[in-house]
Design a protein around this ligand. Structure first.
Ligand SMILES: Nc1ncnc2c1ncn2[C@@H]1O[C@H](COP(=O)(O)OP(=O)(O)OP(=O)(O)O)[C@@H](O)[C@H]1O
Ligand SMILES: [Mg+2]
Length: 478
């Protein structure tokens, strides 16, 4: 199996599918992990702060009732403080109305004045709550209010900080588990991606194998891969191409065998004629002359076949050697008439030319002359033996000129009409043989007209006559 063009995995659809699955898998796993871990932490901190604040509110109630600000030695309150700090691993400070620390569970700042903005804010009536993520603690201030008095004066501040280290630790565990899941996901996605991409691109592999089978000549059949709409389109397109290639191949083979046959026929006749003269050394002079005349005719025939073939081959070389020139079409048709008139007269056929208006067009004069001559020659050749007519008429509009060539001849049978433009096709081989011809004339004509971006059509009725209609653009567009 030969491969043209390098197959690299990194350029394959398979690799791209894998990348896609990988990205989608990893991104979603990451997003889930981040969202879950983050929302866990936020929720836990919020919960903790609600609980602590509730407990502080209860404490503050007790504190005011037992007049703790005046008596910091109160065993009950201090016991409650102790419990709170030991449960949450925190510190409690109580400040009086002058923001002087009257109790510090760490016993560090007792007697000092606190100047922290939170304490000052709280004394003014605004309780605060703050989470310090870096040092992992939650700090909040609670007003100590005189609940007995009507104006609820702020008597002092309770400042509580509790550690959130274990929340953070739980987050760490969650993160570690998340990473593990992420790792497992990556491996699973890779394995799944490898398998999935293999399954997805298999039909394309089938197409490649099919095409390679056909091109290596192992299989001569068409390919059918209808797994996907796309692969079905590809196989259909390939099969159409295959059909065309086969048709071209067949027609080439047929052409070559026809050419050899046609070229051999005159040679075979000459051989027979020459051999019979050779075997008859005493043959009369008249016989010699007659046979030589026949040989000369066969040579003419061989010549005309070869020149027809050359015309065809030249025109097959596409538009590259087409010589377009502004040409007077009326004159072109008149010249053809003049040249063919003697042949027509010999056959008692009347040639009529109707030009409805003067026309000039961009055409290749030689090729177009050949095309029209072939049709008119046929119209004369395949006319009634006891005389008939051939009418050529020409008209034009702003885009095209039109030439119609009708005859009163033998006509073309319906089932032959589709074939007359094929190389070497002749309706009645024996009849055409006696008239002369190789069946290349109309093939040349059609080629010439197509080269001019024109069109040709035939209508015919056996026994009544034939009409060829040709349409050619006035201006040639390459
Ligand atoms: N005007 C016509 N009337 C009847 N039959 C025609 C006419 N023109 C063409 N045909 C038929 O079509 C066949 C093909 O024509 P074509 O011109 O290609 O070949 P040919 O005339 O036989 O040979 P060549 O033109 O190569 O010398 C002819 O053999 C003839 O049977
Ligand atoms: Mg002909």
């Amino acid at each position: 199996m030969k491969r043209h063009g390098k197959f690299t995995f990194f350029r394959s659809i398979r690799f791209r599918i894998m990348i896609l699955l990988f990205v989608v898998g990893i991104v979603s796993a990451l997003v889930v992990e981040i969202v879950v871990v983050q929302s866990y932490e936020t929720r836990a901190i919020n919960q903790r702060s609600v609980i602590v604040r509730n407990q502080c509110d209860l404490l503050v109630d007790q504190l005011v009732k037992r007049n703790y600000l005046e008596n910091t030695g109160d065993e009950v309150i201090n016991g409650a403080f102790n419990m709170l700090t030991s449960i949450y691993g925190g510190r409690i400070l109580v400040m009086n109305g002058d923001s002087r620390v009257i109790m510090d569970s760490y016993n560090l700042d007792t007697g000092k004045y606190s100047l922290s903005p939170e304490v000052i804010d709280c004394l003014r009536g605004k309780e605060t709550s703050q989470y310090d993520e870096k040092n992992q603690y939650l700090e909040m201030t609670v007003r100590i209010r005189d609940t007995a008095s009507s104006d609820q004066k702020v008597l002092g501040v309770l400042l509580v900080s509790v550690s959130t280290a274990e929340i953070h630790a739980s987050r760490g565990i969650l993160e570690a588990r998340g990473s593990l899941i992420l790792g497992v996901t990556i491996v699973l996605v890779l394995i799944f991606g490898l398998w999935m991409s293999g399954v997805l691109v298999r039909p394309f592999q089938k197409i490649t194998d099919g095409i390679e089978g056909v091109s290596d000549g192992f299989e001569n059949e068409s390919i059918h891969v209808d797994d996907y709409a796309e692969t079905e389109l590809i196989s259909d397109a390939f099969n159409r191409m295959l059909t065309r290639v086969k048709a071209v191949d067949d027609s080439r083979e047929e052409f070559v065998s026809n050419v050899s046959h046609e070229l051999k026929t005159p040679l075979a006749s000459m051989k027979v004629l020459a051999d019979s003269l050779n075997m008859n050394p005493d043959a009369p002079k008249e016989m010699y002359q007659e046979f030589m005349q026949d040989i000369s005719e066969e040579i003419d025939r061989e010549n005309s076949i070869i020149s027809d073939l050359l015309s065809l081959v030249k025109m097959d070389r596409k538009a590259s050697d087409i010589h377009m020139e502004e040409t007077n079409i009326n004159e072109l048709l008149e010249k053809i008439m003049k040249r063919l008139r003697p042949i027509a007269e010999k056959q008692h056929v009347q040639l009529i030319l109707d030009s409805f208006r003067p026309v000039t067009a961009e055409v290749d004069e030689t090729k177009l002359t050949l095309a029209f001559s072939n049709i008119i020659e046929n119209a004369i050749k395949y006319n009634k033996p006891d005389g008939g007519w051939v009418r050529t008429s020409m008209n034009a509009d702003r885009k095209y000129f039109y030439v119609t060539i009708s005859d009163s001849g033998i006509g073309i049978p319906e089932d032959s009409i589709d074939h007359i433009f094929e190389r070497f096709y002749r309706v009645d081989k024996s009849h055409s043989r006696e008239i002369g011809g190789t069946g290349l004339g109309l093939a040349i004509t059609k080629r010439a007209i197509v080269l001019h971006r024109g069109a040709i059509r035939v209508t015919s009725k056996a026994g009544e006559g034939t009409t060829f209609s040709i349409r050619i653009p006035l201006v040639y567009v390459a």
